[in-house]
Design a protein around this ligand. Structure first.
Ligand code: 5GP
Ligand code: MN
Length: 338
């Protein structure tokens, strides 16, 4: 954020505002952590603040401080629209294009508020009055910490805010191991622990709450894995029938895609998950090194994200999607074997 933006933000926040904070659809730990931490901060600053999530999120995030105050746009539609329409300031966190909020997009287009974007994905759209975008950042949570630091107010970070920020940094960095994890990230995390984030408890809340059916579903996913050594690629499929058989709950497939990358030599991993209700195949893509899954997802599957983690979708059947994917892959043989 440049100094002109910092001055603008300081001036806006010097008056009491009606503020809506919005994560992307299917919010993850970083999206919810950044929204809830910023919520805590702006509340302390005396603003009227609400977090409005486009839809529901997994149970393993529902212990987070402030979770009970989140408005779900799908379930509490009237309230959500009221908050957005009345807002004077709207923060959009952990996404950079209004299409990432699904059904909420048209409501945001109609809002009269000034928008402030805080995000670390590539190729931000130009919809905000203030755009704090940095693709080198580990997470939006690290950026919210910086944002508070730019305002000179890290003293206001309490244990709840620290817990939310720690959670998002932890989930978006694969527990501090991805390439975007810098020494600065670790310094921020150290500060958060000093401010009251209980690191061991947070890891347990997020990662040690498996249900037997989720582990069985992981078994199915791993036995469905197809490995293509000539493309250094591994992919997993899960059909709706398989999800139903193992009592699928939102969030149950989180992390499955990463198993492909643990195979020696594999640098490109994907998971294709059927969602019959939405009529789509949701795709998660991961890579190691310079192969950009952001570009791959943008070019072929109506998606995007980061160089090493992206998402996308297909509107055809699983069979057709996989067949198309295999055709596309043939044109990437050189890029995957540099
Ligand atoms: P995941 O595979 O965990 O859903 O998402 C991986 C990364 O890609 C996240 O940073 C997420 O925000 C981004 N992402 C996921 N799905 C989409 C999508 O449909 N469009 C775009 N532009 N980004 C996505
Ligand atoms: Mn993120």
């Amino acid at each position: 954020m440049n100094s002109a933006d910092i001055t603008t933000v300081k001036s806006i926040l010097s008056q009491p505002q009606k503020i809506a904070i919005i994560p992307h659809r299917n919010p993850d730990g970083d999206a919810m952590g950044s929204c809830l931490a910023l919520y805590g901060f702006l509340k302390k600053r005396g603003h009227d603040v609400h977090v409005v999530a486009p839809n529901d999120y997994p149970k393993f995030l529902k212990w987070m401080p402030g979770n009970d105050t989140v408005i779900n746009f799908e379930r509490e539609n009237t309230k959500a629209k009221e908050v957005i329409n009345e807002a004077s300031v709207i923060f959009t966190l952990d996404f950079n294009d209004l299409s990432r909020v699904g059904q909420m997009e048209s409501v945001l287009h109609g809002a009269r508020a000034d928008f402030i974007m805080i995000d670390h994905h590539q190729q931000p759209s130009d919809y905000a009055m203030v755009t704090y975008s940095d693709v080198t950042m580990s997470s939006t949570c690290e950026m919210v910490y910086n944002f508070i630091d730019f305002l000179g107010e890290t003293d206001r970070i309490d244990a709840d805010m620290a817990t939310n920020l720690y959670t998002g940094i932890m989930t978006d960095t694969g527990s501090f191991k991805y390439r975007s994890t810098s020494s600065k990230t670790h310094r921020v995390v150290a500060e958060l622990i000093d401010k009251g984030a209980d690191n061991m408890a947070i890891h347990q809340e997020v990662f040690d709450t498996n249900s037997p059916s989720r582990l069985h579903l992981l078994g199915v996913a791993l036995s469905n894995m197809v490995i293509l050594p000539e493309y250094r690629t591994a992919y997993i499929t899960l059909t709706q029938d398989e999800l139903d058989r193992y009592d699928f709950k939102k969030g149950d497939t989180e992390g499955f895609v990463n198993y492909g990358l643990t195979l020696e030599g594999v640098i490109f991993a994907l998971i294709f998950i059927e969602n019959r209700e939405e009529g789509i195949i949701k795709i998660s893509l991961r890579s190691i090194g310079d192969f950009s899954v952001n570009e791959f997802a943008r070019a072929h599957f109506n998606g995007g994200g980061h160089t090493n983690a992206a998402g996308g979708r297909s509107e055809t059947s699983m069979e057709e999607t996989i067949s198309r994917f295999n055709d596309i892959l043939k044109t990437y043989k050189d890029k995957l074997n540099p």
